[in-house]
Design a binder for this molecule. Structure first.
Ligand code: ATP
Ligand code: MG
Ligand code: MG
Length: 349
């Protein structure tokens, strides 16, 4: 097919559409009724992510559908999948949109999350704290991103405040991991099952929001690369995944600790636009369109990606005069604290 449907109009969808255009594809974006859509050279359908009729209309004008975020209603997507190929599969989306389902699934494949307990209601939280211990992190099972829907629990006395802070359950309680480093595996699996992945960036988060991704990662990360990449491969295989799959890890004392996964292109892969031979966006498009995957090697000796968070275009302009800096602005109409407005990548050759 020659028209790609993208569910979601954020920066990930925008960068996917740019990569698709380079390969000669047209894009049709499905975006929510409310909120501004990022302007890309693409057609739009407006609707809600659980609106089966609007999604059906969308399905009729595209040849393959992909998504840039996880919070699409699975049943509405199932209707869509009856009419047009959805890649990655709904199974990947359903697993990744629920932290409890995701952890169970990954544990079956030999992955090791931090000790955790499902928390259905307020009473279950006390039992979970007794089981998992403190310090711990309470997270809503669904809809969290950029550290939203999370609260720290330093001592059992924090339970009420944390429960209130996340707006109640269902939730999951995780032991707090006292890590020195975080990293991610960004993998891409093609339509015929061929799989490749990028070198793992060292990711630094501030207030739960990704701040920087740096390559090559320090030796502590490199030492856990093989094991983490093997788990990512098993996850992709088990889901019969097509497209990019990103897995976040903490460097643990006894090997990689699984944090979470995303069945889509990922912020910790933005460095690949200039820093890798084929970007994650192009490789995702190649995968969902059944094309051969492109090479993933670095284009330089080191790469650094910096997120522009809560900055306006004027603030980002200072990077335009930095030699070797590639400035990406997402065209969002309004800057807010904590909002990802763009990113800058620097490749040292
Ligand atoms: P994303 O935008 O990546 O989807 P998210 O809202 O799903 O973020 P997480 O990845 O669960 O959030 O957590 C965000 C960050 O908070 C992590 O990258 C890490 O820095 C910190 N964090 C989360 N869980 C833990 C934990 N159990 N122990 C220590 N730090 C944690
Ligand atoms: Mg997440
Ligand atoms: Mg995360």
């Amino acid at each position: 097919g020659s028209t790609i449907g993208i569910l979601g109009s954020g920066q990930l969808g925008r960068m996917l559409a740019i990569a698709a255009a380079q390969l000669g594809y047209r894009c049709h974006i499905y975006a929510p009724v409310t909120g501004p859509a990022n302007d890309v050279a693409a057609a739009f359908t407006r609707g809600a992510y659980d609106d089966a009729a609007a999604l059906g209309a969308f399905a009729s004008v595209v040849d393959v559908v992909t998504y840039e975020f996880e919070n699409v209603a699975a049943d509405a997507l199932a209707d869509l999948a009856d009419r047009v190929a959805v890649r990655p599969s709904i199974a990947a989306l359903v697993t990744a949109q629920d932290r409890v389902a995701e952890k169970r699934f990954v544990e079956q494949l030999g992955g090791r999350p931090a000790p955790w307990a499902a928390v259905a209601d307020r009473d279950a939280l006390d039992a979970a704290i007794a089981q998992v211990g403190t310090p711990a992190v309470l997270k809503t099972t669904r809809f969290g991103y950029d550290g939203k829907g999370q609260a720290r629990i330093a001592t059992p006395e924090d339970a009420d405040a944390a429960w209130e802070a996340i707006g109640g359950g269902p939730a999951v309680l995780e032991a707090f991991v006292d890590f020195a480093h975080e990293f991610s595996i960004v993998l891409v699996r093609g339509l015929s099952g061929d799989t490749t992945s990028y070198a793992p960036p060292h990711n630094v988060h501030n207030d739960g929001i990704l701040a920087t991704s740096t390559l090559p990662a320090p030796p502590e990360v490199a030492a856990q690369w093989t094991e983490a990449a093997a788990l990512a491969g098993r996850i992709a295989e088990a889901l019969d995944h097509v497209g990019v799959l990103a897995i976040e890890f903490f460097v643990g004392a006894d090997g990689p600790v699984f944090n979470e996964m995303a069945p889509r292109v990922h912020n910790s892969g933005h460095w690949t636009i200039e820093g890798a031979e084929t970007s994650q966006f192009e490789n995702h498009i190649r995968a969902i369109c059944g094309l051969p995957l492109g090479p993933t090697g670095l284009t330089g000796t080191s790469v650094e990606m910096l997120n522009l968070i809560g900055e306006d275009a004027a603030g980002a302009a200072r990077f335009l005069s930095v030699p070797g800096a590639h400035v990406h602005l997402y065209g969002k109409h309004e800057s807010r604290p904590g909002r990802k407005m763009g990113h800058v990548t620097r490749v040292i050759r």
